[in-house]
Ligand binder design. Structure first.
Ligand SMILES: Cc1cc2nc3c(=O)[nH]c(=O)nc-3n(C[C@H](O)[C@H](O)[C@H](O)COP(=O)(O)O)c2cc1C
Length: 242
């Protein structure tokens, strides 16, 4: 292949980004297992705050569980015809688990210099405080009150709700990475927040404190799937240049 025939990374990215649509009707066609594993592995490369990766990606393979999950998605068409589901689960506790694992990795590493190790120790220590003492529900009324007077404080990862929102926010990057990866492989997705979170948590036996920001339906778009014109606000309306 000569240089002019090679697809540039930008062209490849744009093609995947434009291929990705919220698809609500899938063909009855199986997604090969290695394809799903590849997507899950790639999603793990998503960025996260302090690299705390406060999430799990639950791949629902069991047919009975799949049917129950579809039923928990409020009868949505995408869920009814999905070949596979990935449920995004997040919690501050998962972030804390990562903090401990990451610290062990840093201490063991022979590749990291002393300056890097000192930096990571400090950063991980800070997150351990936020995810430990900071996750206490005792902070929640204070955060709510503070956010009333200073709305920009609404997103601080403190208190039992703030911590869960922080975890969910971080998990979404992995979800989007997975969906773009799927698009690059010609696999369709539908991100869904229309589901009963309580039912999904029960189905997957999630520990208390877990939240489910998104369920992703995967499959190959049906020939008669409705794929309408992709409308977005004008770039000039979204972008504010300072
Ligand atoms: C957080 C989130 C939740 C969504 N929930 C649903 C849902 O429950 N059901 C659904 O059919 N689509 C859902 N969507 C898909 C959006 O409707 C879709 O992304 C949007 O209309 C833009 O269309 P496009 O993705 O094809 O560009 C959701 C998307 C996001 C990001």
């Amino acid at each position: 292949m000569n240089a002019k025939d090679r697809v540039s990374p930008w062209d490849a990215f744009q093609a995947a980004n434009r291929f990705r649509r919220a698809i609500r009707k899938f063909k009855p066609k199986v997604i090969p297992e290695p394809e799903i594993y590849a997507l899950l592995a790639e999603a793990a490369y998503a960025p996260s705050s302090g690299n705390m990766q406060p999430y799990e990606l639950h791949w629902i393979r069991d047919p009975v569980l799949k049917a129950r999950l579809a039923a928990s998605c409020n009868g949505q068409k995408a869920a009814a015809s999905a070949a596979d589901f990935i449920v995004i689960v997040a919690s501050p506790a998962l972030g804390m688990r990562t903090a401990k694992a990451q610290l062990e990795h840093v201490e063991r590493s022979s590749a990291l210099g002393q300056d890097s190790k000192a930096y990571y120790r400090k950063q991980i220590g800070m997150f351990k405080k936020i995810l430990g003492v900071g996750a206490s529900s005792l902070w929640t009324p204070l955060v709510l009150l503070a956010a009333l007077f200073r709305p920009t404080l609404s997103l601080v990862p403190v208190g039992h709700i703030g911590g869960r929102q922080w975890a969910a926010r971080n998990a979404i990057f992995a979800a989007q990475t997975l969906m773009l990866g799927a698009a690059a492989k010609g696999i369709d997705t539908c991100p869904m927040e229309g589901f009963s979170a309580a039912q999904v948590a029960k189905l997957l036996n999630l520990p208390r404190g877990s939240v489910v920001p998104l369920v992703i339906a995967l499959g190959y778009r049906a020939d008669d799937a409705r794929v309408e014109e992709q409308w977005r606000r004008a770039t000039a309306d979204i972008v504010v240049v300072h």
